[in-house]
Design a protein around this ligand. Structure first.
Ligand SMILES: Nc1ncnc2c1ncn2[C@@H]1O[C@H](COP(=O)(O)OP(=O)(O)OP(=O)(O)O)[C@@H](O)[C@H]1O
Ligand SMILES: Nc1ncnc2c1ncn2[C@@H]1O[C@H](COP(=O)(O)OP(=O)(O)OP(=O)(O)O)[C@@H](O)[C@H]1O
Ligand SMILES: [Mg+2]
Ligand SMILES: [Mg+2]
Lengths: 161, 165, 165, 161
């Protein structure tokens, strides 16, 4: 299950519609401090079903909605679409959609069909993707290993194996 | 569940020893139970000896050595539980350029099986990537992305500020 | 003692506002007592708004923005209590190259009065230094140092690996 | 009081006699991870009278003595000499010496004359050098500010002002 395309609108600093088309070759995201690189990673975590606002560097889940800037007011919702390729099996591509409205309402879709959050989460169990395993290493992932007490390190290892 | 963890941990121990030796080009490290008599509750700790040095407490390792140690552990996790894609956010901040090259060599080795997406500020990391996503934020607080291949990216930086990243 | 702290803190507050604005080329930040009614025991916290962005909780700042914020505070300490020399160990790890240039511009501004010694892995930081101490450790675990001026150092790196650091 | 020369022998990874001659111009220390750059900074802290082994990244003060390597056995003592210039006053240069033996014995000198540790510490009070002020920012100094709770940050500010 590899990354094919990512569409972001209203998620954190990505107020405007943004589309990334991924290569299977090793790729880099670069840019100035504070420009939004880690926010792209947060968008991927989020659409894969991340439930902990702390893992998204936010205090409340609603904080992921674009909260406004000098010349733009806050938005009413946040939407991320992730297209995953599954060439090795003969199933087609997988389009995951997550939307959050400022009143707290959430929507989830798999291939345009409305589903529940748990349906998205069960899609990724046992694939080594998402929370199962280390497919996303966040900024500070190194420090948490380096500064880990023996019980912290045990927890990190348990989550990873 | 516990037996399963013990089994996986044993495999991890073997992978970790080998990965450390590769990334450090020598030396020795282990990941062990702190209290092996109580595997269910025991914490886990690492001992490491970079090549040419005495076995030291982790605190005596330098900033970059600790990073390389953590990277060895992360790569061991990836080998134990391969994922189709792997996203890494600024893991190279404390590394010297030679260690970045060792780290990227290792990535290239896995890159047939795994799709890597790296966030970085470091030139040596960018240089092994084929596709570059340049993120920017105009004064207006709104992010934008532009995709380039490596040559186009290097050329645009070359014109801006003499081969800077 | 307490009155003295309150006085110095007030001066620090002014310096910090100005330093942040210079390093971020705009925006706004303050360092304040958490509980101003109890100055003797109060904790201290920072609020910051990089240019073009909404006032955010520090946690919403990026890794590099937090670094630049800490650097603004450190430079404010240095301005408040100037020291004849200042040694800085790898403060630039999370900075993009443009922020490194802003940081080094600020250093150059103080460098008439203060003798700076910087440890770094970053090219843009090395390039503003006149003298370079190259530390190495042969396989034998023993450190050695060689001193070069910037031109000699750049030349030696240029031959090794095409303008690497 | 600016740095003129530093001599290190037997301190951490500097088993062999090493001399650095400083410039008043902005200078950089570069080199591979683990080569000894931060150890040079530790040597300067130490000779200026640092008493906390934790600030020297060591568990006990004796840990600063070269502890051996593949082809070299541990040494019996550690010595650092720091020559400071005082051009602005008409006093001469200041040579500070600190020695530690593996039996725990310590020696301190100012301009070759034996003194006590407190004499070295009082030399630097009110000069903005050493523990008073922020003349040495260690690797991780940024993180401790960034991760500081309000009471931690208060402590950091108190130490600096
Ligand atoms: N809900 C939101 N609305 C608008 N802007 C936001 C929101 N959440 C975060 N931001 C902004 O996004 C920026 C941080 O972006 P991000 O963490 O992706 O930066 P980065 O490119 O990874 O930088 P670095 O190189 O320093 O790690 C912050 O300046 C923050 O103000
Ligand atoms: N008492 C000692 N005897 C021998 N070697 C020591 C001693 N104390 C520390 N070392 C060695 O010094 C090395 C660390 O050096 P240092 O922290 O100066 O590295 P560095 O150049 O700052 O690296 P980085 O760029 O990763 O921060 C470690 O490898 C450690 O084994
Ligand atoms: Mg980031
Ligand atoms: Mg160091």
């Amino acid at each position: 299950m590899y990354l094919k395309e990512l569409e972001i609108k209203g998620f954190k600093s990505f107020a405007d519609y943004t589309k990334l088309t991924f290569s299977t070759e090793i790729s880099a995201i670069v840019g100035p401090n504070g420009s939004g690189k880690s926010n792209i990673i947060d968008a991927i975590r989020w659409v894969l079903g991340e439930q902990s606002s702390k893992s998204l560097r936010s205090r409340r889940m609603n904080d992921v909605i674009f909260s406004g800037a000098d010349n733009r007011s806050a938005m009413g919702f946040s939407e991320v679409n992730l297209l995953l390729g599954r060439d090795k099996s003969d199933k087609g591509d997988l389009l995951i959609t997550r939307r959050l409205f400022k009143d707290g309402e959430s929507e989830y879709k798999i291939n345009q069909k409305k589903v529940k959050l748990k349906d998205i989460l069960s899609l990724f169990m046992d694939t080594g993707v998402g929370k199962n395993g280390y497919s996303i290493i966040s900024q500070g992932g190194i420090d948490s290993i380096v500064n880990a007490s023996p019980s912290d390190l045990r927890e990190i290892v348990e989550e990873a194996v | 569940i516990e037996a399963q963890f013990a089994e996986k941990f044993e495999i991890l121990q073997t992978i970790f020893k080998r990965t450390f030796k590769t990334l450090f080009e020598g030396g020795y490290a282990e990941i062990n139970y702190e209290t092996p008599e109580d595997v269910l509750n025991s914490g886990v700790h690492i001992i490491a000896r970079p090549p040419g040095k005495n076995l030291t407490h982790l605190n005596l390792l330098s900033g970059g050595e600790k990073s390389m140690l953590a990277i060895s552990l992360l790569f061991s996790f990836i080998e134990l539980n391969p994922s189709p894609f792997c996203i890494i956010d600024e893991i190279d901040a404390s590394l010297d350029d030679n260690n970045i090259d060792r780290f990227t060599d290792y990535l290239l080795h896995f890159s047939q099986e795994t799709q890597f997406l790296l966030i970085t500020h470091r030139r040596n990391t960018v240089e092994v990537c084929k596709k570059i996503y340049g993120v920017s934020m105009a004064q207006n607080g709104i992010s934008q992305v532009i995709s380039l291949d490596l040559e186009e990216y290097m050329k645009s930086r070359g014109e801006e500020d003499g081969i800077a990243i």
